[in-house]
Write a new protein. Structure first.
Lengths: 113, 108
């Protein structure tokens, strides 16, 4: 039981490049989330999903897209990376309720030059 | 006003000390409250949920004051292993809002 895993762990991009971050969970959780964490800002919700095939915008969705084609996977895409997207990205999952504990992946550190 | 605010810290305390963290939230409709712990360069992990009646888990005690929209976390008999950043988390509608965190360093 690996819990929540994220791929890659670290990436450097040039401005304008695209990439996809992969989140996978093996706990059969319905809800999945993508956050970014910046110094002094706390975690901010980018997008979330309450089930396979559904996604919704969070607090800071601009510049990101997501897909949840399989229940266990939640993908975060950056179509044209900008230096402002330099951050640590965390994926999380929880049981079918926003009241449940969220389990986080180890994070992806992204540097956009 | 930010939705969730915390003591800026850092808190540097000796082993064995008692330390308290404060958190305030702005949305009076919030229903669920948590404290998460985050070690340096690691992911957040749930420390404890916060219930209206207050709750205790070993050396950790959490309190909620709905009237003042205030949450607290008390750590007694601090250990070196308690050194981490403590995140206050509050639900806003269907989502959760994380506070910026308060860093604690327990010194030998």
């Amino acid at each position: 039981n690996a819990g929540v895993t994220q791929t890659p762990k670290f990436r450097v991009l040039k401005t304008g490049q695209s990439m996809t971050l992969l989140c996978a969970q093996d706990m059969n959780h319905e809800y999945m989330y993508w956050y970014r964490q910046d110094p002094g800002m706390g975690l901010r919700l980018i997008h979330y999903s309450v089930g396979e095939g559904t996604t919704a915008k969070g607090e800071v969705p601009d510049g990101y897209n997501v897909s949840r084609l399989k229940k266990q996977n939640f993908l975060l895409g950056l179509e044209s990376a900008a230096p402002s997207q330099t951050s640590v990205y965390f994926c999380a999952s929880s049981l079918a309720s926003h009241w449940e504990t969220q389990y986080f992946g180890p994070g992806t550190r992204l540097l956009v030059l | 006003r930010k939705e969730v605010e915390q003591d800026p810290g850092p808190f540097n305390v000796p082993e064995g000390a008692t330390v308290a963290f404060n958190c305030t939230y702005s949305n009076s409709a919030s229903q669920s409250f948590f404290w998460y712990r985050q070690d340096c360069r690691k992911e957040p992990k749930l420390l404890m949920s916060v219930y209206s009646s207050g709750n205790e888990d070993g050396r950790f005690t959490a309190q909620l004051n709905r009237a003042s929209q205030y949450i607290s976390l008390l750590i007694r008999d601090s250990k070196l292993s308690d050194s981490a950043t403590y995140l206050c988390v509050v639900n806003v509608g269907q989502n959760f809002v994380f506070g910026p965190g308060t860093r604690l360093s327990v010194l030998p």
